[in-house]
Design a protein around this ligand. Sequence first.
Ligand code: PMP
Length: 408
Amino acid sequence: MRLRQRCEHFNALHSQISAQGINPYFRPIAKTWGTEVEVGGKRLIMIGSNDYLGLSHDPRVMDASAQAVYHWGTGPGGSRFLSGNMVLHHHLEERLADFVGKRHVVVHVTGFSANLGALGVLITPADTVLCDRENHASIFEGVKNTKARLATFAHNDAAHALKRVEDAKAARPDGDVFLVTEGVFSMSGELAPLDEIAAIKDAHPDVVFYLDDAHGLGVFGRGGRGSADHFRITDKVDFIMGTFSKSMASIGGFIASDDEDMLRYLRYQSRTQIFSAALPAANTVAVLTCLDILAKEPERVDRLHEVTGRMRQAYRDIGLRIGNSSSPIIPIIIGSDEKAFFFSRALFEAGIFALPAVYPAVPRGQALIRTAYMSTHQDRQLDVVLSVLEKLAKEFRIRECDLDEEPQ
Ligand code: PMP
């Protein structure tokens, strides 16, 4: 299809959804209080944010970031490679290394660029990359650029991953084999069986294990040290990638490893590091302050799990289908894309902000509302969310019992 046709095809779809008043995307938020936002003059309870620890609105983080602007200015003025490298970046790298339990860290300007840059340097066309089928787009995009052989293994299936490793080693004995998965999956909220996946390294120590822990950092592990810490397998992971755009109340990303030579290689060779601007001071300081707060207030992580546990149980009691989430991300499975769009609009009308994930982000017919919780959610807000969901679940017939009664 030529460019103009592709564009028209997309716009026809866009107009159709917009005409029905069900386009939930790119909604302009006019004000935010963290757990609540204002959109189009309406105040809504936010259950779609990745700011899991609610630190984006913590006055200590806000003050420290504001001070950083006065000290350092607003923009970095260049890439870290050249004129934008600040001592702050190095402080943050040291603190993160200590936090995640790896010797060295390289900070990037976003999580997406950390994946793109790191995978682009580490992997060559002679290699094989084994990805969990549900890995994030930034991983697949990073791998695609390398022209390596890409194979997927069944979601969270360590036995299948092991089989793929053995096949890859037999088929391409001269290339490296990379095993890439996530700690917590961004749509399903499922925790990966990292203990089982890491055990592959016992039999195949030469396999390179790369873990994207965007949604596990600040959520799992001791004091939020991440999913690898949760399973006590940090020493078996060769590279841990993390982001600051979720629990760390900022933007940015990093790669951590025990191998200094490898990280120096990444620092100097990642194209997204060399050819893109540095993380601004305000964002860097926000993460440093979050790490200080987490060290002093690990109970924030406990509160997050309390909130999440309560919501998960209540959703099951209502009869909603929520998959196998064990994290602050709780998907509510709706069915068709169209129904998910209408459901999201009904939530909006009832004062709740939560967005649908539809095909191709999720399998066809498995459209869901991606809900996510924060340690700063108050019980009264959660009560409102639950009463709205109970009512809408009946109205939209999305409960387990509704499915038994009628074909979808
Ligand atoms: N990896 C995963 C698993 C993610 O969910 C995301 C963001 N949604 C990223 C990487 C990219 O991170 P960032 O938003 O910091 O660019």
